[in-house]
Ligand binder design. Structure first.
Ligand code: PLP
Length: 393
């Protein structure tokens, strides 16, 4: 009666959302200040002042019909031009408005790109641990998911990537700064991946695309975030303002397809076609214009840094093991028992809501999202201590 695959997707909510909803119910039951919800990546610092100023300015100066009406399917021309100009000047790569498609956030950027590229029998490689929705997006586009595990340091393992990319690989999704590990890939790593993809493209006789998922680009603690397009010609950047500008609920982002892609015009036509087929045309008009004046900006990263340092210190003092993240706003902590889901269940006893790593494609870790109010981390310290004691840490 209904599409079975979609019904299943709708019934099996993502683990993250499941825990988030549990947390909301628990907060209603025992009080919000008694629940330590580290489940979801909802930005915890306000949007930078420029965002509100620009909203007010636009509302006060632009005629209402022009401001709130449809834009072109791919986005308002002046916004696409502003994004292209920003990419050219900030990263020193050729980019034109003809390669920019405005979207409803990274989820739409990825879905559109995957649908644009995917043909029968195509595979897409993801580097695990990774954002759980990649699997949903790839399979819904008709592709097959192939995984390549990182090394213990959560940085790409070139040998694993080499083994994963084969004759059927249409693309590799790269996410740096990374959710869930906070790893930021270096210039050397980007150069090595570009070399590998070039070699594989030659072997395959067709390009292997690099799909750079970049919602955390601006959220780093000093690490340089090299621009993938500067290293590899067949790159499609899937950007979102959800995290950098704390606009997750407004649904705004863009796709930037490199003009140096093989058959670049066809790639962009397919992006437009996929956007059309999926109903992702004309991204929110007000927010297209808002972000055009806030490109490259972010909320106060120092707030996230302070959260990271406090949580890291608390956890390490308790005996938990974690690699300090270089970007994004997640800690990926080793579970003290092999079954991360069982560990998360135990944590719930102390009202600590953590996400088991299984959904991210690896076992034995938990993700702790620290884009929360500082007070939550402070209040959670005794709960982490009690939990650690249960494991004799
Ligand atoms: N990609 C990664 C790595 C993410 O962490 C997220 C959201 O958490 C997304 C994509 C989706 O972002 P958006 O809310 O902009 O659709």
């Amino acid at each position: 009666m209904v599409n079975a695959r979609n019904k299943k997707l709708g019934e099996a909510r993502s683990v993250i959302r499941e825990i988030f909803e549990y947390g909301n119910a628990r907060k209603r039951e025992i009080g919000a200040d008694k629940v330590f919800d580290f489940s979801i990546g909802n930005p915890g610092v306000p949007a930078p002042g420029e965002v509100n100023e620009e909203i007010v300015r636009l509302v006060n100066t632009m005629p209402s019909l022009a401001l709130h009406g449809y834009t072109s399917a791919a986005g308002a021309p002046e916004v696409r031009e502003a994004v292209a100009r920003y990419i050219r000047t900030a990263f020193g790569v050729p980019m034109s408005a003809e390669g920019v498609y405005m979207t409803c956030g990274a989820a739409a950027s990825l879905t559109i790109t995957l649908n644009a590229l995917c043909e029968e029998g195509d595979e897409f490689v993801v580097i695990t641990p990774c954002f759980p929705e990649y699997g949903v997006f790839i399979e819904s586009a008709g592709g097959k998911v192939v995984t390549a595990a990182t090394g213990e340091d959560f940085h790409p393992d070139l040998a694993a990537l080499d083994a994963a990319v084969g004759a059927h690989t249409k693309g590799v999704i790269l996410n740096s700064p990374n959710n869930p590990t906070g790893a930021v890939y270096s210039v050397q790593e980007l150069a090595a991946i570009a070399g590998l993809l070039r070699r594989k493209s030659a072997q395959r006789g067709a390009p292997v695309f690099l799909i750079a998922d970049e919602p955390y680009r601006e959220l780093t603690y000093g690490a340089e975030v090299p621009y993938p397009m500067a290293f590899y010609e067949n790159t499609v950047v899937c950007y979102s303002f959800s995290k950098s500008l704390s606009l997750a609920g407004e649904r705004i982002g863009y796709i930037a397809a490199s003009p140096q892609c093989a058959a670049a015009a066809d790639v962009f036509s397919a992006v437009c076609g996929a956007g059309r087929a999926l109903g992702f045309v004309c991204a929110p008009a007000l927010f297209q214009r808002v972000v055009a004046t806030c490109l490259g900006k972010s909320g106060d990263v120092e707030e996230y840094r302070a959260n990271r340092d406090l949580l890291l210190h608390t956890l390490q003092r308790c005996g938990f093991v974690c690699i300090p993240p270089e970007g994004a706003f997640y800690l990926f902590v080793r579970s003290p028992e092999p079954d991360a889901a069982a560990f998360c269940e135990r944590a719930k006893k102390y009202e600590l809501l953590l996400v088991p790593s299984d959904g991210f494609g690896v076992k034995g870790y938990v993700r702790i999202s620290y884009c929360v109010e500082r007070a939550v981390i402070e209040r959670a310290a005794p709960a982490f201590e009690a939990l650690a004691k249960e494991y004799g840490l």
